[in-house]
Design a protein around this ligand. Structure first.
Ligand SMILES: Cc1cc2nc3c(=O)[nH]c(=O)nc-3n(C[C@H](O)[C@H](O)[C@H](O)COP(=O)(O)OP(=O)(O)OC[C@H]3O[C@@H](n4cnc5c(N)ncnc54)[C@H](O)[C@@H]3O)c2cc1C
Length: 351
């Protein structure tokens, strides 16, 4: 009997698999090769909310754990996946310069933000007459590359390339049987697709679609991530990730003319360089009504668990959340109430 079946192999499934790998547990992953939110994410690790000059909830722990985890995972792989990159926030007025200076002196933000402003001359082909504020501890994970390489190099023998068929899943008292695979427990890491999971579709996942563009330009700096009305993220080889839109009504991963035009309009507010659009993609983020992750045990089935609801920060949060979930299942760690799905238990019983 295996220890665990993991369903889904986006960034959540990957980080949970890595927990099990580190603990020498026998596990298998069931996931199709389809692209998911993790594949189109910019992969930015940013402990601050730059619109409101706030730290992310529990930022210090999430940041430290994420950098350490991806660094360790990278050592197992044949290619680099973690890139340390500052974020330059475009400042649009003297007021914004002042707001930046105030934020950079706040106790919770001073460790992330550089107090001295960056001159508007620092980047060529970007229009930012009031200069930039710098987030200096940020990074980028090449999520698509990470998922592909981890799948090929670490779990090739333990992955079943398929969608789970819920009809074939039998959850027994002390084990789980899926077709001919028996395990002690099952962890669902299906992102927004979890709305179709009969065990967990009582949870309030709302979903927020994001469209992005990939552009090519040889006139832009490749060392910094730029944050204006949208992000411009260097990917190497003169390619850049540009995004993203937020759409809470359309829950498909179809690209749209409207999304593309909106992105171009936002891009051109500050970009002076020539560029070529080379791709356009969309996926749905798994966002939750209260904007907190969904972690924990099914109200009725003691061996069915979920790791989901990662919203816009899954890359930064999923390494620590995976550790929390693992220690909750295997040890006696108590999940913080903010993330524990117990907070929605009344939805289950009402259903
Ligand atoms: C445009 C965009 C930009 C983003 N940028 C960032 C960013 O810069 N930084 C950041 O931290 N976050 C970012 N995010 C958010 C981030 O992508 C998500 O928080 C994260 O990827 C969620 O990961 P996940 O593994 O929970 O879900 P997903 O990536 O959606 O993965 C779900 C997995 O489950 C599988 N699956 C689904 N149904 C089944 C089934 N029935 N059987 C088997 N497998 C199944 C899927 O195939 C997939 O492998 C961005 C999101 C979007 C859309």
């Amino acid at each position: 009997m295996l220890d665990t079946i993991i369903v889904g192999f986006g960034i959540a499934g990957l980080n949970y698999a890595d927990q099990l790998r580190k603990q020498n547990k026998d596990f298998c992953v069931i996931a199709p090769k389809d692209k998911s939110a993790s594949h189109v994410a910019a992969g930015i690790i940013n402990p601050t909310v730059l619109k409101r000059y706030n730290p992310v909830w529990n930022s210090e722990e999430f940041l430290e754990h994420a950098l350490q985890s991806y660094n360790e995972i990278q050592k197992l792989l044949s290619d680099q996946v973690l890139y340390s990159k500052p974020i330059y926030r475009i400042l649009n007025s003297i007021l914004e310069q002042n707001q930046w200076s105030v934020a950079a002196s706040k106790p919770l933000l001073e460790k992330y933000l550089t107090a001295d402003l960056i001159s508007s001359e620092a980047l060529t082909n970007i229009q930012s007459p009031f200069g930039y504020g710098e987030v200096h501890c940020s990074a980028r994970v090449a999520t698509e590359k990470l998922i592909e390489i981890y799948r090929e190099e670490i779990i090739k023998e333990f992955i079943i390339i398929d969608k789970i068929d819920y009809q074939e899943l039998n959850i027994e008292e002390n084990s789980v049987l899926y077709k001919n695979i028996k395990a002690k427990k099952i962890i669902f890491c299906e992102g927004f697709h979890s709305v179709n999971n009969p065990l967990f579709n009582y949870l309030p996942l709302i979903g927020s679609k994001g469209e992005i563009l990939f552009i090519e330009s040889n006139e832009l700096n490749e060392e910094v991530i730029i944050k204006g009305p949208i992000f411009i993220v260097p990917l190497g080889k003169n390619q850049f990730w540009v995004g993203a839109t937020f759409n809470r009504t359309d829950k498909t991963s179809n690209i749209s003319e409207e999304g593309r035009n909106w992105l171009i309009k936002k891009l051109q507010q500050n970009l002076l360089a020539d560029y070529k659009i080379i791709d356009h993609k969309a996926q749905v983020r798994a966002t939750v009504t209260d904007r907190r992750p969904l972690l924990g045990r099914h109200p009725k089935h003691q061996n069915a668990y979920i790791l989901n609801g990662l919203g816009t920060r899954g890359v930064m949060m999923s390494p620590l959340l995976s550790q929390w979930l693992y220690e909750y299942i295997e040890g006696n760690f108590k999940l913080p109430p903010e993330v524990d799905i117990k907070r929605f238990e009344n939805h289950y019983f009402r259903k």
